[in-house]
Design a protein. Structure first.
Length: 295
């Protein structure tokens, strides 16, 4: 059976609009105002992964769209001596022409190993610290990214069913948690979200141990797919027909969402000269269990 592959369009470029600010709303506001009537020099500092590069690339694109004279310089502490001289001259020129400058570093200008006059120029405007996203913000940012790619991460869907069985000797009722992984439903995601809640299947107490176990496994399988996706295919361009209850590869959604999915639903729309499919996909967690998405 041929393994089909859905190749998604490239993700959108960084913009000020698609930056997930978290605690960094002041930085986003300062960059927008630098292209309007606010302070025109903005320096952002913080650790790697706090959003400096995204914001500077977005600032550069926004300046070009607004036809404003502006420059964006990332990680000034790594510039060579000749580049530092050029940056000093650029600061002076932009100040004189009412242009805007956004720059970044791992520390505020006063703590960088730069020439004193360059540190002074970089610190002459607004200096703001960028904070890494909290765990809650990371989850929200991941959900926002997923939504932008036609996918969803539903942590609340994941539950642990508790089945109740009667111990044959003492006739006591005990609860047994059932995981959502079974030989009939192998995991496609490497990192399933932690189930936020349990569900008590009280009607299993009257069943045999085997029957209660099967009931719990069936329920866990129904509630185990926390990552879902939906989309539409133009079959005349794609060249293949998606079929329900089969696997399909997804590539281009980003590392958390690339990989194999189960096709849970497919509908067909056939008109003269057109054949489209609307589909739903699902799997149990984030990050593919395979090092490479097969085609």
């Amino acid at each position: 059976m041929q393994q089909l592959l859905l190749e998604l369009a490239p993700p959108p470029p960084p913009t000020l609009e698609n930056f997930f600010a978290g605690r960094n709303g002041a930085a986003l506001k300062a960059l927008r105002e630098a292209l309007e009537d606010g302070e025109r020099f903005v320096f952002l500092w913080g650790p790697g992964g706090s959003g400096k590069t995204h914001l500077l690339r977005a600032f550069s694109e926004a300046a070009a769209a607004a036809k404003r004279e502006a420059a964006a310089i990332d990680d000034v502490g790594r510039l060579g001596e000749a580049e530092r001289v050029a940056l000093f001259d650029l600061c002076n020129r932009l100040r004189g022409s009412k242009g805007a400058l956004a720059a970044s570093g791992s520390a505020p200008p006063a703590q960088l190993a730069l020439r004193a006059d360059l540190r002074s120029r970089l610190a002459s405007g607004i200096v703001l610290q960028l904070h890494p996203l909290s765990d809650a913000d990371k989850a929200a940012a991941l959900s926002a990214h997923a939504a932008g790619r036609g996918m969803a991460l539903d942590r609340e869907r994941k539950v642990i069913p508790l089945v109740y069985v009667q111990e044959p000797f003492m006739k006591r009722t005990i609860s047994v948690p059932i995981p959502s992984i079974s030989p009939l439903d192998p995991p496609l995601g490497l990192i399933p979200p932690l189930p936020p809640k349990t569900v008590q299947l009280n009607d299993t107490a009257r069943l045999s141990f085997g029957e209660a176990l099967l009931r719990g496994i069936a329920y866990a399988a129904q509630q185990g797919d926390a990552v879902t996706a939906s989309g539409q295919l133009d079959i005349t361009r794609y060249g293949h027909v998606l079929r329900s209850r089969r696997l399909v590869g997804v590539r281009g959604a980003g590392m958390p969402f690339d990989g194999l999915y189960y096709v849970t639903r497919v509908t067909h729309e056939i008109t003269r000269g057109s054949y489209r499919q609307t589909f739903d996909l699902a799997r149990n967690g984030l990050v593919s269990t395979l090092p490479r998405v097969p085609a």
